[in-house]
Design a protein around this ligand. Structure first.
Ligand SMILES: [Zn+2]
Ligand SMILES: [Zn+2]
Length: 382
């Protein structure tokens, strides 16, 4: 049983101490750090973590593919329960409800600063100096800054959403990262063309691709998922894909995109919406080259700066094609993502995507399991 005491204004003592897994750099194992007290600013939340999931970007940091300054508490996909709230300002959820101790919550991957031009103008999702959960060097005053910990300090300026007690932790933990990004991608697509009755091609059958397949199908689209890995590809059928294709398949062969489009009766063998979650330059080029007149391709899978593709501008101009990108999401998209999962988890097997779960002090083994690639997410439970 955790005891929360307030020795003086703003300060919160946690007994037994909160613990965070500090990552010290490539090649080092995580080390457990005790945090006996935190200082909560007005509207900050102290949240006891129920479950965190390991995202691909955590793996990229630990393998050295993504630069990070250490020591660092990784993890930005999680849910938990509020155990203390900083005095001096009301803490509110995205929908305006007042947050209270005991509420089960999820939150965005960044916190807005509240002081920059964008924040002052009311556009907190476009904050010029956001704080990133699970990505910033551990610092005095914000030690509990990542999800791989017993508790996390959720800063004022973070988009917070209260969740149902019934929704399984495995389903909702990745919502602030993966699900909200998919909502942003579909919002970007539907600004150009509607989903109902449309053929949508999704590149990549990771968590984002599968989530997008289920959402697009629920919105009335015919969904084709393109994925090189055979197990992941077949998995897409259980998330609503009407057909699955192998991006490497020769034109006209069994698993080719053109054959799938024809079999689904897509007009002229084309699709109107392409959603790119794989980060593969070939996938981007094939979506942009194959999308129908007036269609849209949303790029959401590219996370490294070193990929480039060749685009034939004339083809875009003559076919009136829109190519756009999304990164992260706005607070209302997080709310939409939560609303979706709270209803959809009973119909689509989102919970089954967290295939393994380890205890917090076994975090290094969670990274090993995740790196083996058998599961889309590995859960970490404090
Ligand atoms: Zn993530
Ligand atoms: Zn700001």
């Amino acid at each position: 049983m955790t005891v929360i005491e307030r020795p003086r204004l703003g300060q919160v003592a946690i007994t037994p101490s909160a613990v965070a897994m500090a990552w010290l750099g490539v090649g080092h194992r995580h080390e457990m750090v005790a945090v006996p007290a935190v200082t909560l600013g007005p509207g900050d939340l102290l949240v006891a973590i129920e479950l965190a999931t390991l995202c691909g970007s955590d793996l990229h940091a630990v393998s050295g593919e993504r630069r990070a300054s250490t020591p660092l508490v990784l993890g930005h996909e999680q849910l938990g329960r509020i155990v203390a709230i900083g005095e001096g300002a009301p803490a509110r959820a995205v929908d305006g409800t007042r947050l209270i101790v005991g509420a089960r919550v999820v939150w965005s991957v960044t916190a807005a600063c509240g002081g920059c031009q964008s924040c002052k103008a009311g556009f907190r999702q476009n904050c010029l100096s956001p704080r990133h959960y699970g990505r910033e060097r551990m610092q005095r005053g914000w030690e509990l800054s990542g999800g791989f910990a017993s508790h996390i300090q959720v800063l004022a300026g973070t988009a917070v959403v209260v969740i149902d007690e019934e929704i399984p932790a495995e389903v909702v933990a990745p919502v602030g990262c993966a699900t909200a990004t998919v909502v942003a991608a579909l919002d970007a697509a539907t600004r150009i063309t509607g989903l109902a009755g449309t053929t949508v091609v999704i590149a990549g059958a990771g968590l984002l691709g599968l989530t997008a397949a289920a959402m697009a199908r629920d919105a009335g689209a015919r969904v084709i998922v393109s994925e090189p890995d055979p197990d992941r590809r077949e998995n897409a059928r259980s998330f609503g894909a009407a057909a699955v294709v192998n991006p490497g398949a020769a034109s006209g062969s069994a698993l080719s995109l053109d054959r799938a489009l024809r079999s689904l009766g897509a007009r002229g063998g084309h699709f109107r919406i392409g959603l790119e979650f794989s980060g593969s330059p070939q996938a981007m080029a094939s979506l942009i080259g194959g999308v129908d007149v007036g269609g849209v391709v949303v790029l959401a899978g590219t996370v490294s700066p070193d990929s480039s593709i060749v685009i034939d501008p004339e083809a875009l101009v003559r076919r009136l094609v829109t190519v756009t990108g999304v990164h992260d999401s706005a607070p209302l998209q997080l709310l939409k993502a939560v609303d979706y999962l709270q209803e959809a988890w009973r119909r689509w097997p989102f919970g089954a995507l967290v295939g393994a779960e380890v205890a917090l002090d076994q975090l290094d083994s969670a990274f090993e399991i995740a790196a083996a690639g058998d599961w889309l997410r590995v859960g970490i439970r404090p």
